[in-house]
Design a protein around this ligand. Structure first.
Ligand code: KDG
Ligand code: MG
Length: 402
């Protein structure tokens, strides 16, 4: 019986910071797991190196479920993004190994394809409405069937999700950038640009919008109501989700679909959102929600309540997570959509991935495992570079949810 012989944690910054776990078996089979927690990378690296790697060596790599239970229950301390990201990295690497040993892509081990490809949404943004319209046109030309739209709010000279240059990377400064926020200005402005996009392009594509936790429940209800004519695919993170009950109030007022979950890390964090049908899409993903094993559990619960999947897929999730997400997306019956922001060239030099895009859809190659390899040599060219996500402050100087 093969055993886990080695587990290595790599930290590199090819375009942005990534933490990657590579597990090697005594038979020489390797598996990769993403362990990146944007702006808190070293916490997960230490959790893995100091507290998990010593427990892995000598164990049976075949026992994925048992390993999950061992790491989750064995820690005694429950949930939380650092723990769940570390467990996710181990879990993902073991699925990669299982696929390679079986000679099958991971989606085959999850039950096989439910669909031919995975619909993705791209990120259009603009410093003003004409720039946003141009960007939406660019995504439509590339064949995207679903597009998220974000524009800078004039009164505050910016907003969440607006690209500067060719790449959107919010964790761009060595200390947190402080950005102004005005709920009043946003609520007046955002519906007008979503309407402008629909007026210009019509309804033959899915339109999405990310509120990024900025509103109170009643403000979110007002926003959802005000954009009903735009027929959004979803409004994302309308209000922070620590209080799951808050979404009931939003639901009472609007038929705009709701997506939540990118910042949540366990099935218990989304339990009431799902079982009380307070959301339409669950955005938990492989890396931050305990790996393929736990994400499948969340998605199966969601399927019982007609909640569909819409996994987080920003560039701070490494190509290992993207590949793992596509394997899961291909195999779950209640798939909804997958977020996708292409990684920069430097990232793809380090992570050699077989995920491919065509006509609005992603797919994986028919290769064993996840179909991603880590180029350790290339990674050495990109040392860790501390970066933080921004912090938002209201116009009176008080801290707001970013
Ligand atoms: O690390 C935080 C980002 O991943 C997040 O801000 C991106 O909201 C996001 C999204 O929808 O992709
Ligand atoms: Mg988001």
């Amino acid at each position: 019986m093969a055993k886990i012989e080695r587990a290595e944690v790599f930290i590199a910054s090819p375009g942005r910071n990534f933490v990657t776990l590579r597990i090697t078996t005594s038979d020489g089979v390797t598996g990769l797991g993403d362990a990146t927690l944007n702006g808190r990378e070293l916490a997960v690296a230490s959790y893995l190196r100091d507290h998990v790697v010593p427990l892995l060596v000598g164990r049976d790599p075949d026992r994925i479920e048992d390993m999950w239970q061992y790491l989750y229950r064995g820690a005694y301390w429950r949930r939380g993004p650092v723990t769940m990201t570390a467990i996710a990295a181990v879990d993902t690497a073991l699925w990669d190994i299982k696929g390679k040993i079986a000679g099958q892509p991971v989606y085959q081990l999850l039950g096989g394809r439910c669909r031919d490809g995975v619909m993705v949404y791209g990120h259009a943004s603009g410093a003003d409405v004409p720039a946003l319209i141009d960007d939406v046109a660019r995504f439509r030309d590339q064949g995207f069937k679903a597009i998220r739209a974000q524009a800078a709010v004039p009164e505050i000279g910016g907003s969440y999700g607006v690209r500067k240059g060719s790449v959107y990377e919010p964790a761009a400064t060595s200390l947190p950038d402080e950005q102004p926020w005005s709920t009043e200005a946003y609520l007046d402005f955002a519906p007008t640009y979503l309407e402008a996009v629909r007026d210009r392009f019509g309804f033959d594509f899915h339109l999405l919008h990310d509120i990024h936790h900025r509103l109170t429940p009643i403000e979110a209800a007002r926003f959802g109501k005000s954009v009903e004519e735009c027929r959004l695919f979803w409004m994302e993170d309308p209000t922070p989700a620590e209080n799951q009950d808050a979404f009931r109030l939003i639901r009472q007022h609007t038929t705009t679909p709701v997506a939540v979950g990118e910042a949540l890390s366990s099935i218990w964090d989304v339990q009431h959102l799902i079982t009380e049908q307070l959301i339409d899409y669950v955005r938990t993903t492989v890396v931050h929600a305990g790996g393929i094993t736990h994400l499948r559990r969340i998605f199966d619960l969601a399927a019982l309540y007609q909640v569909r999947t819409g996994s987080h897929g920003a560039t701070d999730l490494s190509p290992v997570t993207l590949a793992a997400a596509v394997h899961v997306d291909l195999s779950v019956p209640n798939f909804g959509i997958q977020e996708w922001m292409p990684h920069v060239r430097e990232t793809m030099e380090v992570f050699r991935s077989t995920v491919s895009y065509s006509d609005g859809m992603l797919d994986v190659a028919e290769v064993p495992g996840l179909g991603v390899e880590y180029d350790e040599k290339a990674a050495e060219r990109f040392p860790y570079d501390p970066r933080y996500l921004p912090v938002a402050r209201r116009l009176d100087g008080s801290v707001h949810d970013w």
